[in-house]
Design a binder for this molecule. Structure first.
Ligand code: NAP
Length: 352
């Protein structure tokens, strides 16, 4: 599939020794050997094969941390296009190029009278990154709307269309993130959206805000607007303060482990995820270690949201990583739980 893009170049745009500071939302300084800007599926076939030892793929750069320079190439996914493909009686099939901005896509679906993505408004990053992380917010995960993901398979050198089950989605995770990282270059997604609206408003912040605004029967647009208000209020804007959203995942622990934790920390918030498994609040643990607002030079734990690490200005990737390690260590010493990092962290050895 090739989306028509007015003015698209005939050949892949290549830059030597690109600065990556504007391509990562942490705004850390890093360089790569080469940058390939991939604007259509045909471009994927005309670039050198991906080498996991030295190359990386970038979309919006909103979920990455560069601890070092990238010795090889950056494959920047700029594949655009969004289209309603089919109207079925119970869903509408939408196709989107992986290089589209995620929030612009959500806004566009609202304008088309389609629902399903409103809780995922204002998540930074590209549409192609959404299945890697199985983005989620306010009780909705991407997995709930994915029909299929189209990708170039760098292992078998062929195009693949993976259905929702094959993507192996789980909590902030997928085939593309933990099982087969770097194997697939995602070029487009197909999403199953709805024309009628079923609100998902169980998260207390969302429910509270709707009540405060006097909205008893919210429309999809109401939910979209309120999610944007909440996120703007709580999360630092990466265009102003470098960050990659939540730096740590909420740990999921067995119920009996939670019982032991609750004996020592009765106020620790938790939510049942499956039988015998509960999700516990990483933000609460970090805050209760006294680390909210804690800084090492220009790398800080946000004083608005303990899950977010921010770059106050001149933090390098290694500064942010050292702070994150200290947070993990302190939480482990206090709670016996090792937090998992959410962004993809790149650290390459010097190739020489
Ligand atoms: P919040 O509403 O203050 O809740 C704090 C944490 O508790 C969240 O991480 C959320 O888990 C969990 N939680 C709250 N209510 C829950 C419920 N009814 N059932 C299950 N879990 C519940 O969260 P927040 O930090 O302001 O974020 C709001 C939403 O945006 C969350 O869903 C969060 O994941 C999402 N978000 C994602 C990122 C990112 O970079 N990935 C960054 C900021 C916010 P979950 O995280 O599992 O939802």
């Amino acid at each position: 599939m090739r989306f028509p893009v007015a003015g698209a170049p005939e050949t892949v745009k290549i830059t030597e020794n690109p600065a990556l500071v504007s391509m990562n939302s942490f705004a850390v300084q890093a360089h790569a050997g080469l940058l390939f800007e991939i604007e259509c599926e045909e471009d994927v076939l005309s670039i050198p094969p991906f080498n996991t030892e030295r190359d990386i793929v970038l979309g919006g750069g909103s979920n990455v941390l560069f601890r070092t320079d990238i010795p090889g190439s950056v494959y920047l996914n700029r594949i655009r296009g969004r289209e309603i493909l089919q109207q079925h009686s119970d869903f509408v099939l939408v196709e989107v190029g992986a290089g589209e901005n995620w929030h612009d896509l959500v806004t566009w679906t609202m304008g088309q009278g389609l629902t399903g993505l409103e809780n995922l408004a204002l998540i930074p990053g590209s549409a192609g990154a959404a299945p890697i992380q199985n983005i989620g917010a306010y009780g909705v995960e991407l997995a709930g709307v994915v029909d299929s993901v189209t990708a170039w398979d760098w292992k078998n050198l062929c195009w693949v269309i993976l259905d929702c089950a094959q993507c192996r989605f789980s909590y902030r995770d997928s085939l593309f993130k933990s099982m087969e990282p770097d194997r697939y270059f995602i070029t487009s997604l197909r999403l199953k959206l709805k024309e009628n609206f079923t609100p998902i408003i169980e998260y207390s912040d969302l429910a509270k805000e709707l009540i405060e605004l006097g909205i008893k029967t919210p429309t999809a647009r109401d939910v979209y607007d309120v999610v944007i208000r909440l996120r703007k209020r709580k999360l630092p804007n990466p265009a102003i303060i470098g960050n990659a959203g939540s730096f740590f995942k909420n740990p999921v622990v067995p119920t009996d482990e939670l019982e032991q934790l609750k004996n020592r920390f009765p106020l620790l918030p938790s939510w049942q995820t499956q039988d015998n498994l509960v999700k516990v609040s990483a933000a609460w643990m970090i805050q209760n270690c006294g680390l909210k607002g804690y800084c090492q030079n220009d790398a800080c734990v946000s004083d608005h949201h303990a899950l977010v690490i921010i770059n106050q200005g001149n933090a390098g990737g290694e500064d942010i990583w050292q702070l994150a390690c200290q947070v993990r260590e302190t939480v482990y010493e206090t709670f016996g739980i090792r937090l998992q990092v959410e962004p993809r962290v790149y650290a390459f050895n010097d190739p020489s």
